[in-house]
Structure formats: structure tokens, C-alpha cells
Ligand binder design. Sequence first.
Ligand code: NAD
Ligand code: UDX
Length: 483
Amino acid sequence: QVKMVKICCLGAGYVGGPTMAVIALKCPDIEVVVVDISSNRINAWNSETLPIYEPGLDDVVKQCRGRNLFFSTDIEKHIAEADIIFVSVNTPTKTRGLGAGKAADLTYWESAARMIADVAKSDKVVVEKSTVPVKTAEAIEKILTHNSKGINFQILSNPEFLAEGTAIQDLFNPDRVLIGGRETPEGKAAVQKLKEVYAHWVPEDRILTTNLWSAELSKLAANAFLAQRISSVNAMSALCEATGANVSEVSYAVGKDSRIGPKFLNASVGFGGSCFQKDILNLVYICECNGLPEVANYWKQVIKINDYQKSRFVNRVVSSMFNTVANKKIAVLGFAFKKDTGDTRETPAIDVCKGLLGDKAKISIYDPQVTEDQIQRDLAMNKFDWDHPLHLQPMSPTAVKQVTVTWDAYEATKDAHGVCILTEWDEFKNLDYAKIYEGMQKPAFVFDGRNIVDSEKLREIGFIVYSIGKPLDAWLKDMPAVA
Ligand code: NAD
Ligand code: UDX
């Protein structure tokens, strides 16, 4: 009888939870335990209401929870028992100290590694699942081997490429699985061991193996390339508005070139999410530390354009309404950083709402998945300026009182002067805009930050419509230029 492989994953978040659920589903012969220091999170994973919203996730968890998938707070026990340990803890941007504003904060990572070193009594394969700076594996190796009692630790880098909102689909059918390891016989054996896990459902030619540093860097590189496409198309959107070109036509024409391809070319109010900004800043910092300021500045510009796109949007709203939104009700449809998730980390909606509040607007927010508590917390947080980390811009306490949150799009838009669409939820395409128009102050504006509504239809109803990167209505053209 072959011994059952045991996997333990540290970190039951957006990555650890769905990834381990899919491994458990596809590998009935493997026992998977996901552990976390947050008992609230573990309790939620063990309940009917999972801690994250992700299409298809409930179904996968239901099929294997209690069978070969477990969620626990008993971290030590499960580390001790595991053959393979995934580390999927958070690696946010440092907000203070050396590298503040750019470098990855590896506090959680290091404490996870120390815990493994303390508790392990047998050989382990330790897998970096979190996104980490290139060369992290070397640091982790030092921590593990320094404390080891003759135990063999092999470190692998296995970055995760899933996107939120499509996590289950991405995990079922990944473009590639990337495994980096040491080029020693022990390293190669560890790579093989992890490869066998994925080979349960991923075709062999999609499982790539590389050296450790290539795997670590490829994750940062992939996110930087993806975000760069969005900033490129968003930069074009500003030029389109200035010239009468239409960004959808331009990106369609550009994307038809098979060398460029059609995906990830949607102009928007800006990219959000917990990864893109954090990972590019991390890359920028690594370049600076390696004496490559030109390369650092090149990637920094991707984030600068993203900040510019968000403030350009706010300026457009304010300038269209006679340069003042003071005490005007503005409805915000969508707060999550993209559709099909309740995640609000780095959502452009935070900056847009803060910009409008800075101009004294009253805002009323509706998002199908984000709770009022979450929105209030996000808006009450001081804005962290990555480019000048010492300047925390404090939030005025009165501004927060200008915010209401509803569970209904029609209530949010009632008596509003303008509507800002900030997340591309499908339901916003099919709202009864004639009814919304009736209930609004006139002139009534729609600012479509995701280019999802049919602007011609809305204009027929009577709205003044702004779409990102599209030819401007006469009204908007007549208003002062925005920058
Ligand atoms: P998350 O904040 O949702 O989850 C991290 C979890 O780790 C938290 O629940 C936290 O309590 C737990 N944790 C922290 N220290 C711990 C410890 N010592 N032991 C056990 N648990 C601990 O974060 P996430 O979105 O899942 O991201 C995790 C990592 O994956 C990050 O490095 C991120 O960059 C990367 N990543 C994220 C995505 C994404 O779409 N969210 C995609 C790919 C990669
Ligand atoms: C991203 C990467 O796609 C994923 O591979 C990695 O593992 C984690 O980071 P995620 O942040 O979850 O995933 O979502 P993603 O679909 O990449 O969207 C990020 C942001 O870009 C969202 O705010 C989205 O609305 C925006 N976006 C995306 C655009 O503005 N235009 C586009 O064309 C695509």
C-alpha cells in the first residue's frame, strides 16, 4: 500500500482556498488541509457561507470538504504531518521602514517559514505559492536549514496565475503551471513530486519547469506585462477623447494583429486588485536594488498612468457638472475591483469616491457583492501614496458621512445628478435606464468607467453620457479641458 500524500497549505485566502479545493477535487488520493492564523476565516470555510465569493467555488468545496479537504487552525499539527507544504500567505506592500511604498512585506512569509522550521520532524517540500520577490527562496532556505535538525527541506517556486472572478475556471484549465526548483538531484525529485500532483488534471505540456529565480520572476513579469497592456490602452483612451478616435475601434484594430492579440485591451477607469500595483512596485524595488533605475522607472510609469486614469475620470465628472459636485448626489454603481468578486483591494472605486468626496459630493453606492461595512472601512482608510510613502493623506471624518450604501441600484440613483459605473457587473447592462432617468435630477449624467452601457440608447433617453476613450458629447466638449 502506497502512503497517501499529505498537503498542508498555510493561508486560507483568495489563493490558498480555491487552489487547495481544486487540488482536493482533482486528487482524491491526496489529503489537503488548509490552515490559517485567522479563526474567523477558517470557521467561514467550514460553514455554509464561504469567506470569499467566487463563481463555482461553493460547488467544489461541497464535493470534497470532509472527504479529503479540511480547514483548520491547528497549524503545527498539520505542518508536522504534511509531505508538501504550500505557503500562500499575504505579501502586501511595505508601508513603513526600508523600501516603504514599494518593497514586499515578508513578515507573514518569514513567520510561516520559521513555524515550519520549528515544527517539522520529517523531510518537507516547501512550495512558494504567494507572489514573492525574486530570490526569496534563498532567504527561506536559510531560515529552514539554519534551524533544521538534519531534516531535508526542498524549496519550490510555484506561483499562482488565477484571476479572481474566474478562479475555478483558471484552476481547472490553466494556461500553464510553473514550477521552479534547484537543479540538484534532490531539487529535481521535489519538482517531480509537485508535478505529479498537477498531472492529475493538467496536460504535461502545460507544466513548465524552470530554475527557482525564473519561476519567481516570471510571476512578477506576467503581472507587469498584463497591467502594462491596460495602462497602454488607457493612455490611448485619453488621446482618443482629445481627437475623436474611438478606443474600442482602436483596440480592436490593434488586437487583430496576431502578434498582439485581443485580450486585456479594455480601456477602463483603471486597474485594481490586490496584485497588479503591489507586484509592479515590488518589481520596481528589485530593479532599484539591483542598480537598474532606468528599468525601475519604465515599470513605474504603468502605475502612474493608472493613477492618472482614475484622477482623469474624477476630473471629467466634476468638470461636466459646472466644475462643482458639492452636495450633489452621485450614484456609484459597482465598488469591487472587477465583476464576479466581492474583493475591493486597490479597487479604482476607492480613489474615485475619495476624489468626489474631496469635491464635497454626496455619494450613494451599490455593489451586488460588497457590504456596507467593507465600503466604509475602505473609504475611511488613509490613502497611502506609494510614490511618497511618508505622506499619508488623512481622510476627513466628515467626508465619510457623505456616503450611503444601498442594496439596490434604483435607490442609489434616485434624485442623483450623475451615475458613475465603476465595476462591469453584468446586471448594470440591463438596468431600466429610462426609469433611472425619470428619478434623477436634470441634466442627468452617466459616466461609464467600464464602457458597458449602450451610450446611444442612453442618449436617446436624455442622458449626457461619458464613455472612456469614446468621442465626447457636445456638452462634455464644451466644458473645460481635463487633465
Ligand atoms: P489573502 O490575504 O486573501 O490570504 C492570505 C491568508 O494568509 C490570510 O487569511 C492570513 O490570515 C493568512 N496568514 C498570514 N500569515 C499566516 C501564517 N503565518 N500562517 C497561516 N496563515 C497565515 O491573500 P491572497 O489574495 O490569497 O494572496 C496570497 C498570495 O498569493 C499573495 O502573495 C498574492 O500576491 C498571491 N496571489 C494572489 C492572487 C489573487 O488574485 N488574489 C493571485 C495570484 C497570486
Ligand atoms: C491578476 C492576473 O490576471 C492574474 O493572472 C494574477 O494571478 C493575479 O492578478 P486579478 O487581479 O484577480 O488577476 O484580475 P484581472 O482580471 O487581472 O483584473 C485586474 C484589473 O484590471 C481589474 O480591475 C480589471 O477590471 C482591470 N482590467 C482588466 C482592465 O481594466 N482592462 C482589461 O482589459 C482587463
